[in-house]
Write a protein that binds this ligand. Structure first.
Ligand code: DHB
Length: 391
């Protein structure tokens, strides 16, 4: 297969890039080793920032997020049972949308199909070759066992946290700045009515609990756990007890638990985002811990910068904006790394936390909830910083 841009990964980043490039008349091929059902069925976060929602609607992917997504004008922090609301509309005049990531994916895949260029599912990339030539190649095998090769002017690795495109770009998959955390989230989907109109981020002696939602029948909730915990060993009764103990002031509405998983935490930024004609974006370039739901929203920033760079390259032959891509993208990447790290460290209690650590973090939470400017800082980052580049 010959194309202008070969994109590894049919996640939100790869599909959005393909959509934006096509609007400028640039051809691309998006491949993914997984099947469409597997990709659409993966449970991911549910919060879409205000600028990300705008990109999806205004670039013509879909405005379903505005019609069917639930607008959230604030969130609550519960600290040892005391509730504090961050009123986003009052603080920064913006909102976020509760619109699960698999719905974003469904919209993006539908847009590719509508435009006559569906992603190639079941195409597993094994390596990216010739990064430093003008004809990089993606080499792989289909689910049916057939070898394939995509030859392109530019290859983009949007292939997630296990990215193989990182190997030619960084020299190895692990070559980056990273930080591990001594806790994880136990996540559930429960068939129950919502227990709260807005998301609750709770911190108590038991640790962290997050009450989120999917729709009026299905709720998404998380509690802090050991990263090595086996999800299948926790009973439904223990799950409800832990969640309820973490949000003492709110009575949780219970129902059958239909999904249990453990989410590991990690902060990661690859040492390089580009080598020759191969670029990294989204989780292939960086990973954030889940608190604050920045993953996909941050990936869209990379997409917009790379879209601008590739449009300029294909229109004029100039590599100036391709050269500038890492520096441009990294500015927002490190801001989001900080925000995700900050939300995580402020709301969780590390297993080895001393009395000083716990009291200091209560002081931090009191500083944030007690100051309008600190609240506005949190709100501004939560609803999403402007991307600083158009689509
Ligand atoms: C969800 C996940 C998050 O990490 C978060 O901060 C908020 C909501 C979710 O899955 O709904």
């Amino acid at each position: 297969i010959r194309t202008q841009v070969g994109i590894l990964g049919a996640g939100p980043a790869g599909l959005l890039l393909a959509h934006l490039l096509q609007k400028a008349g640039i051809d691309s091929v998006v491949i993914d080793g997984k099947s469409r059902d597997e990709i659409e069925g993966t449970v991911k976060a549910g919060i879409v920032e205000s600028p990300a929602a705008r990109v999806l609607a205004e670039s013509g992917v879909s405005d379903r997020i505005y019609r069917e997504g639930a607008k959230h004008d604030g969130i609550e922090f519960h600290v040892d049972g005391n509730a504090h609301r961050f009123d986003f509309q009052d603080l920064v005049q913006k909102s976020v949308y509760l619109y699960p990531q698999h719905e974003v994916l469904t919209d993006l895949i539908a847009a590719r199909i509508r435009d006559g260029v569906p992603p190639l599912f079941g195409h597993l990339a094994e390596s990216v070759q010739d990064a430093e030539t003008t004809r990089p190649r993606i080499v792989g095998t289909t689910t049916e066992g057939e070898a394939f090769e995509i030859s392109a002017d530019v290859v983009v690795g949007a292939d997630g946290s296990g990215s193989i495109a990182r190997i030619p770009v960084c020299g190895s998959q692990r070559n980056g700045h990273y930080r591990e955390y001594p806790f994880a989230w136990y996540g559930v989907l429960a068939e129950a009515p919502p227990s709260s109109d807005e998301l609750i981020y709770s911190r108590s002696e038991q640790g962290f609990v997050l009450i989120s939602t999917r729709d009026k029948n299905v709720q998404r909730m998380y509690f802090q756990c050991d990263p090595l915990l086996d999800a299948s060993t926790v009973s439904d009764a223990e799950i409800w007890d832990t969640l309820q103990a973490g949000v003492s002031g709110t009575t949780l509405k219970q129902g059958p638990i239909i999904r249990k998983d453990v989410l590991r935490f990690r902060s990661f930024v690859a040492h390089e985002l580009r080598k020759g004609r191969v670029f990294l974006m989204g989780d292939a370039a960086h990973t954030v811990p889940p608190t604050g739901a920045k993953g996909m929203n941050l990936a869209f920033s990379d997409v917009l910068w790379l879209n601008q760079a590739l449009r300029s390259f294909f229109a004029t032959g100039s590599e100036a904006l391709m050269d500038a891509y890492p520096e441009n993208a990294l500015q927002r990447i490190w801001k989001a790394q900080h925000f995700s790290y900050w939300m995580t460290s402020m709301l969780h209690i590390a297993p080895d936390a001393t009395e000083f650590d716990k009291l200091r973090s209560l002081g931090e939470l009191a500083s944030v909830t007690g100051s309008r400017s600190a609240q506005a800082y949190l709100a501004e980052n939560y609803v999403g910083l402007d991307y600083g580049v158009g689509d």
